[in-house]
Write a protein that binds this ligand. Structure first.
Ligand SMILES: *[C@@H]1O[C@H](CO)[C@@H](O)[C@H](O)[C@H]1NC(C)=O
Ligand SMILES: *[C@@H]1O[C@H](CO)[C@@H](O)[C@H](O)[C@H]1NC(C)=O
Ligand SMILES: *[C@@H]1O[C@H](CO)[C@@H](O)[C@H](O)[C@H]1NC(C)=O
Ligand SMILES: *[C@@H]1O[C@H](CO)[C@@H](O)[C@H](O)[C@H]1NC(C)=O
Ligand SMILES: *[C@@H]1O[C@H](CO)[C@@H](O)[C@H](O)[C@H]1NC(C)=O
Length: 433
């Protein structure tokens, strides 16, 4: 017989209730230890803990925030077709990416300025959590701990460096060279950022510069003796004048002034050739170049033709072009276009183990998290990121087991079906805030 369960208040509501009624931070801290039971819970606690302008900088998207919301919602229109009675006792979430083994198909996407959430250690805290989990850490060019500091903090972590092509091409290359020399094993090139999305929340909040004492430290170039600077635009101070110049009302519009706007696929070929040359100089293994920010089959084809070794489907967490497809909905056409020639990664909207399984079923090799990493960092630093990753791993294991998948290779396209009329109203916590 079908039994109706009395609906109970979801954990996230309880958390919000406690957080809103709690008079002091220490009480929130106590509550969060016992009640955080999923990835979204960290956002609810982070919202109570962070200054409003900072929380909104992290949480907001562009314009109407349609893509921000749909990145999450779109997963709910993909349904699982579980297979049963298949042996899953020795289940493994291990995945191989460019010859590297990761303990699970989830990684920390490159995203800037971690020290805004974790002032003591910044990106070093996140990288150490990834090292503990045995997964990839993506370091943003716009990090608040340097390429070398993160290498030193988490030497055994698999790390890829994320580049933007700057107006100053030589500086762009010096950063890539520093990363390869330091031991980073791959390069992401973000291609969706010739302009930065205008986030109205930042303008309203006057969030128009990186709050002191934080800096985009990679531009400080601690050691330029081996590669000579070609102009003084490269110096940390002149870059800081640009990104903290406050000409625009929202910070990201100021930082975009450093970026080259006149890019084409020839620049990807150029960067690929430069990476090969640098890797050769440093006798490293081949360094894969992953093009991050591809949303169409056409661009996936062009990226591969330009020399890309991997494609990352991403709309920058809904922070760039609003009204574009959710990442999970762009994935199938990209996977079809790539046709097995290169790994396809994805970020945007991953909050549950079932999301991970759906993305893998649709052809992703691994998926990144962005916002969940920041909210966990803000609440409890390295431990929070580790906990977030562990929760995602446990949920992924559970989902795989119930789908009859013993390994990631068994997660195939037959496991998902699209149902556009899905009626799940959503326990989307954003709607509650
Ligand atoms: C260097 O800075 C000057 C102004 O200080 C600017 O006019 C010029 O475009 C910059 N060059 C590059 C390559 O960014
Ligand atoms: C700095 O540059 C010198 C000269 O090229 C080199 O010997 C040294 O290893 C570099 N130090 C770092 C930390 O990269
Ligand atoms: C460096 O920049 C300053 C202004 O910021 C300018 O006066 C100077 O001429 C520049 N030097 C070179 C070598 O480009
Ligand atoms: C932009 O790039 C195109 C194609 O490479 C080139 O023809 C054009 O001159 C460039 N424009 C500027 C303003 O640099
Ligand atoms: C969704 O609803 C439309 C209109 O009611 C219907 O035509 C269509 O067959 C439905 N699709 C699925 C997959 O149920």
């Amino acid at each position: 017989m079908h039994t109706m369960h009395t609906p109970s208040l979801p954990t996230s509501d309880l958390l919000l209730l406690f957080a809103l009624t709690a008079p002091t931070t220490p009480i929130i801290t106590k509550i969060k230890m016992t009640l955080i039971s999923n990835v979204n819970d960290y956002q609810i606690v982070a919202k109570t803990k962070l200054p409003k302008a900072l929380y909104e900088y992290l949480a907001s998207g562009t314009d109407d925030e349609q893509t921000l919301a749909e990145n999450i919602q779109a997963f709910k229109h993909w349904y699982l077709r579980p297979r049963v009675m298949r042996p899953v006792k020795d289940l493994s979430t291990v995945v191989t990416l460019f010859g590297h083994t990761m303990k699970m198909p989830v990684f920390c996407s490159p995203a800037g300025v971690h020290a805004l959430c974790e002032p003591e250690q910044g990106e070093c805290a996140t990288a150490k959590a990834c090292e503990q989990m045995g997964i990839l850490f993506g370091l943003s060019q716009h990090s608040t701990r340097s390429i070398e500091q993160v290498q030193e903090a988490a030497p055994n972590c698999l790390k890829f460096y994320q580049a933007y092509i700057l107006k100053d091409r030589q500086l762009t290359l010096r950063l890539v060279q520093r990363a390869i020399r330091a031991g980073y094993q791959g390069i992401f090139l973000t291609v969706d950022s010739v302009r930065f999305g205008y986030r109205e929340a930042d303008a309203r909040n006057g969030f128009n510069a990186l709050p002191a004492p934080h800096r985009l430290v990679n531009y400080d170039e601690p050691n330029t003796s081996s590669v000579q600077s070609t102009s003084n635009n490269s110096s940390g101070s002149s870059m800081e004048q640009t990104y903290n110049g406050a000409k625009h009302k929202a910070w990201d519009q100021n930082s975009e002034l450093m970026f080259e706007q006149n890019l084409s696929w020839a620049d990807v070929r150029w960067l690929k050739d430069q990476i090969n040359a640098i890797a050769g100089q440093h006798h490293s293994r081949p360094i894969p170049l992953i093009i991050k920010g591809v949303m169409t089959a056409e661009d996936a084809q062009l990226a591969l033709q330009a020399g890309a070794d991997g494609i990352m489907v991403s709309n920058h967490g809904g922070r760039q072009l609003d009204a574009c497809l959710a990442s999970i909905d762009a994935l199938p056409e990209v996977v079809d276009a790539v046709a097995g020639r290169a790994p396809v990664l994805l970020d945007g909207g991953i909050r549950r183990g079932t999301d991970v399984v759906k993305a893998l079923a649709l052809g992703a090799t691994a998926v990144g998290i962005g916002k969940p990493m920041f909210f966990a960092l803000a609440v409890e630093g390295q431990q929070g990121v580790l906990n977030t990753l562990q929760m995602l791993q446990q949920e992924t294991q559970a989902a795989m087991a119930l789908c009859g998948c013993r390994s990631v290779d068994e997660i195939t396209r037959q496991l998902v079906t699209r149902h556009p009329n899905g009626t799940f109203g959503g326990r989307f916590f954003r709607a509650k805030l």
